[in-house]
Design a protein around this ligand. Sequence first.
Ligand SMILES: O=C(O)CCC(=O)C(=O)O
Ligand SMILES: [Fe+2]
Length: 291
Amino acid sequence: MADYSHIKKPDLGYRYEFATDELDAMSECLEAHGFAIIKDVLPDEIVEKLKQAVYDGTDPDGTLERGQSRTRHAWIESGPGAWELLEYEPFMDIHQYLIGTDDLTVHRSAAIIRMSGSQPVGWHTDWCGFSNRVLNSGDVLNRGLWPSGKWFYLTGSRPVHGGLCVIEDSHVEGWEGPEGFKMTADRRSFYPEGEEEHRYAGFDIPGLVPLFTNGGDMIVFAHRTYHGAFPNQLDETRLSCAIGFRDRNHRIDIPWKIPESGQWFLKNIPDHLKRYTDGYTSIDIGWRGAQ
Ligand SMILES: O=C(O)CCC(=O)C(=O)O
Ligand SMILES: [Fe+2]
């Protein structure tokens, strides 16, 4: 397999890393280029606790093996370890800024474990608004126009460690893919010209920006931004998590019944945090719409 240890942090000719008191500048970068990094959002002490909460919510029995990956959808439902973020005001302040209101409801959340030797994540956008068809839970939930990714790579993001990469300027409407590539029919991914349609998972792409972050840095990207992840080539397990919010007034009519873990969450989250669960949809990954 290719070795990604030589990849250096790029100099893009514009600034894309910002402090927590530079959110206007951060937002300008997000609008101009489709991504930004907010440095030092979480102190080490919270990062360490979140690592445990990612394990507890994603692989409680410790069954993952070398080479494997697992995503816990609706990670917020896994318990108090994840709720701690909702108590941390600097974190909530950033989300209020990103969504433009303090009437926030938890929209989606996830935690991911990528073991040593795990595979890359192919290029994709999380956004499902290219088509009106509603075939799965992503089609229901991933239609908003607010920033999509808001990740913490708790063990750091870097190419050798399964780090995130984005394609700069890929967030604009009508983007036609990197030079030399064709969009897939559903516009959710792209592949090299001349090949059969598939989700490309290579890292030799014009405009690719490998992201280098520490555990407490927040990676933000726009709803359409195309992104992927390198394979994890280090001995260390990669851990990441994210909680995203939407404006509470943006109601979503869900076609699924809230699963038991969602019901448990709604009942057990402390009263002072219930302001963030008004209109919470949970998720049923197995739900399928009519073809
Ligand atoms: O694991 C990663 O680094 C990327 C995950 C991702 O893009 C996703 O879950 O949509
Ligand atoms: Fe994604």
